[in-house]
Design a protein around this ligand. Structure first.
Ligand SMILES: NC(=O)c1ccc[n+]([C@@H]2O[C@H](COP(=O)([O-])OP(=O)(O)OC[C@H]3O[C@@H](n4cnc5c(N)ncnc54)[C@H](OP(=O)(O)O)[C@@H]3O)[C@@H](O)[C@H]2O)c1
Length: 292
């Protein structure tokens, strides 16, 4: 087979996870250009790996939506979900563009892509924090890409440079598993300003977490009768494994930023409204966060 020329990606959201993805893409020989709202100097940033691999300087070219001459053929979306529409709608995408969505939650790109675009969802359990200049890679765990079809030609080469990256035919299941954990852990830790492990320690918070999971499982079973519908143990395992951590939603609330609640519990409410399934505790946490 002839060598496949690695794609050149336009990256929306060179934050923590977007910068880590850019480092892996570069290592695999892919091109990466960052889109910013306003013209800016190239990004000069540092990744600090927790596993003793040391640090990596990364310099990424930056452009603006108006400066891109040709329609975009490869787009990586890694901004926070509330900013997705503002970031993606000014972009001119090729009709058959490939778009990778590396975000928590579901649905943030709905109605924003051309009809012929290939949307690949990415679910990662890696963790990166820090500042825009210093990205601390806390954990490089499993990442799954998928869209229900076969992997594109460039995927195999990328997987050689992106630790624990897999193509899956069951991306929806991975997304739903992560969604249930995010729906249960993020809003409660944000509203009560506690680390994740407190949801296991505090009886009242644990009962609310279990109620959110039960409602989510009911809804997902209504969407797909094959959904196992018993997510509590795996959500508890996530809370245990990340007991000392501040969830991203708690961090957003602490710094007064818009949260990703619409793409997480809000998505569950939307699906519930469509199917006539009530999710009162999910509605309550959404309202509490919307009112902030
Ligand atoms: N960090 C993690 O460990 C992790 C793990 C799993 C999943 N995720 C998910 O990954 C997504 C990104 O999270 P993150 O932690 O990487 O967020 P982040 O560090 O806040 O990065 C978001 C980036 O998006 C940029 N952005 C916002 N609006 C934009 C626009 N209109 N045009 C271009 N860029 C724009 C921001 O730039 P400015 O700073 O200039 O606004 C920032 O660089 C979220 O959905 C999150 O839930 C993150």
């Amino acid at each position: 087979m002839p060598e496949v020329q690695p794609p050149h990606w336009v990256l929306v959201g060179a934050g923590h996870i977007g910068t880590l993805a850019a480092a892996y893409l570069r290592a695999a020989g892919h091109g990466v250009t960052v889109i910013r709202r306003a013209a800016a100097a190239p990004i000069d940033t540092t990744l600090i790996f927790a596993d003793g691999r040391g640090t990596q300087r990364l310099r990424l070219p930056v452009t603006t939506p108006e400066s891109i001459a040709k329609p975009i053929t490869y787009l990586l979306v890694a901004c926070k979900t509330p900013y997705t529409e503002a970031a993606v709608s000014p972009l001119r995408l090729a009709d058959t563009a490939t778009v990778v969505r590396l975000q928590n939650g579901i649905g943030s790109l709905d109605n924003l892509l051309p009809g012929g675009a290939r949307l690949i969802d990415a679910v990662t359990t890696s963790a990166v924090k820090g500042t825009p200049e210093r990205h601390e890679v806390v954990a490089e765990n499993a990442t799954w890409f998928g869209d229900g079809g076969a992997a594109p030609q460039w995927f195999e080469g990328l997987a050689r440079h992106w630790p624990h990256l897999e193509w899956t035919g069951a991306i929806r299941q991975r997304q739903w598993q992560k969604l249930v954990a995010n729906a249960a852990i993020n809003p409660l830790t944000a509203l009560h300003d506690v680390p994740n492990g407190q949801l296991l320690e505090d009886e009242t918070l644990h009962a609310r977490m279990a109620a959110i999971v039960r409602e989510a499982d009911n809804l997902l079973t209504a969407l797909d009768s094959d959904w196992p519908g018993d997510s509590l143990a795996s959500v508890e395992a996530v809370a245990r494994a990340t007991a000392g951590n501040t969830s991203s939603m708690r961090a957003d609330v602490q710094r007064g930023a818009t949260t990703e609640i619409d793409a997480i519990n809000g998505w569950l409410l939307e699906q519930g409204a469509r199917l006539g399934v009530d999710l009162p505790i999910n509605r309550e946490v959404c309202s509490a966060l919307w009112e902030r």
